[in-house]
Design a protein around this ligand. Structure first.
Ligand code: FAD
Length: 452
């Protein structure tokens, strides 16, 4: 027998054969696995770490329950509803307090300022002057964009600078930790962009489009990991942990995946890895360079626990977001124990302070203890608290949140082109077509419906 035949014979005997291999056990990989298991498909999930969840990381410590990654998930599609029900978690879900659903703050002169909750509050709000408020009425008469533009240009052209700085900058900070000057309007403000394109005006479009009930947010008593852990328990024999992938190669109709310990072969690969991780295994130069160009901004997450009696400012709500002109050393603060009741004992409070993103990259280079000292002072000043925290915790995402920048369409086109040329290599992930946990679950469900 020739050497090559021996090599392939050896590979066939030694390799673990599966129809489908999913790379990564974050919420996208786990959801894809869930939907494949409903169809009794033959698959395995390869995960680099010894735990599932990826960005979703809930921790219970000193009586507090907190999240390093996502804190709230929106119940905004049927896929997420049915997924929660499938793991018997529907009845135990933590629902937010009403004040947390309605009250969001920005800063005005370094103090908490409630965002308007209805048209009357908008007209009365001190966040905009009369000229800036009246500018809103001009929006239906502004010509629509005939090509994609930045979030900053889109909003200032349609609504004026006031709305951009007071409302949209904090919003973009809250979801993407991004810079509106560089972010793609078409991909970041998808619904607003589509309303403008279809109706020539965002306001007209929003009035004409079917009004959906406001999506509810949720968490679980043990944190969001309660969902990913339940999924991992059910899928346990189909997840390979501590699996560091070395290479992915095509061999005839199959793919051969080599990890440090094993060799796998499969007909279909579904990558749910972050763009920078996937690029290590891609030989297609176009895709490799597009994946490497996706910017993941750093994020430092601090948790601070206090005795409730030590905090004078009892403004109830979801939290506060900042804009560059506030000159603060944080992007936002979540009022966790004022959102959900499972977060802390009744006589304690927990806040999550988020630093970084595209506007505070330099701060993420500081020693965590130095950064902590800066932000805890700002938090205590804002919440009028004279006693230092009774508890603190820190987590760093060196590569945190992918940015949907002005190059985004080129990334999407390149991925689509790659998938056309490699019909059994599929690419999912939060760096395109939606960044949230609920987007990730919906995308996984739609993907399995179309491809299996
Ligand atoms: C700080 C922060 C706050 C957020 N807040 C919210 C929020 O409040 N609400 C919301 O809806 N969304 C939020 N998001 C976004 C949301 O968390 C993510 O978009 C979502 O969790 C992404 O899931 P994923 O499975 O696509 O990717 P990931 O969670 O990144 O999972 C990828 C998986 O692949 C594994 N992996 C990586 N490299 C390899 C390799 N070479 N081989 C094998 N496995 C590998 C990783 O270990 C990981 O398990 C937040 C994100 C961050 C970072």
């Amino acid at each position: 027998m020739c050497f090559q035949c021996l090599f392939w014979l050896n590979l066939c005997i030694a390799s673990i054969k599966k129809h489908t291999i999913i790379l990564g056990a974050g919420i996208t990989g786990l959801s894809t696995a869930h939907y494949l298991s409903l169809k009794n498909k033959d698959f395995i999930v390869l995960e680099k770490k010894n735990r599932v969840g990826g960005n979703i990381q809930s921790i219970q410590k000193n009586g507090f329950t907190f999240e390093n990654g996502p804190n709230t998930v929106l119940l905004n599609n049927d896929s997420i509803t049915s997924l929660i029900k499938a793991y018997d978690l529907w009845d135990v879900m933590s629902k937010p307090k009403e004040s947390a659903e309605n009250n969001r703050y920005v800063l005005l002169n370094s103090r908490l300022q409630l965002l308007p909750r209805n048209p009357l509050e908008f007209l009365k709000s001190p966040l905009l002057n009369w000229k800036q408020k009246l500018r809103l009425f001009k929006e239906p008469f502004v010509a629509k964009h005939n090509q994609n533009t930045s979030v900053a240009e889109f909003i200032s052209k349609r609504f004026g600078e006031g709305i951009l700085h007071q409302f949209v900058e904090p919003f973009v900070t809250g979801i993407y930790s991004g810079n509106p000057q560089n972010m793609s309007a078409k991909h970041t403000l998808k619904l607003i962009w589509e309303a403008e394109q279809e109706y020539g005006s965002v306001i007209k479009g929003m009035i004409k489009k079917e009004r959906k009930a406001k999506a509810k947010m949720f968490n679980f008593p043990n944190g969001l990991s309660q969902l990913t852990d339940a999924m991992a328990n059910k899928l346990s024999s189909q997840i390979q942990y501590d699996c560091t992938i070395k290479s992915i190669e095509k061999s005839g109709d199959d793919y051969i995946i080599k990890s440090t310990d094993d060799t796998f072969s499969c007909q279909k690969i579904i990558s749910t890895l972050p763009a920078h991780a996937l690029s290590n295994y891609i030989s297609d130069e176009n895709l490799k360079s597009e994946l490497n160009a996706v910017e993941y901004v750093p994020v430092d997450v601090f948790h601070f626990g206090f005795n409730k009696n030590d905090i004078k400012n009892q403004s109830q709500g979801f939290g506060v977001l900042t804009k560059p002109s506030d000159n603060k050393h944080f992007l936002g603060i979540l009022f966790n124990s004022r959102i959900f009741s499972h977060i802390s004992p009744k006589d304690k409070e927990l806040f999550t302070v988020i630093v970084g993103g595209s506007r505070q990259k330099e701060l993420c280079k500081l020693e965590p203890i130095d950064l902590e000292n800066i932000v805890v002072k700002e938090l205590m000043d804002l919440m009028e608290c004279e006693q230092t925290p009774i508890f603190s915790n820190h987590y760093k995402y060196k590569k945190g949140i992918p940015q949907y920048d002005m190059n985004h369409q080129s990334l999407v086109d390149t991925i689509e082109n790659f998938e056309k040329n490699n019909p059994n290599f599929h690419i999912l992930g939060n760096y395109y077509n939606g960044i949230s946990v609920s987007d990730s679950i919906l995308k996984a469900n739609n993907f399995v419906k179309i491809n299996y």
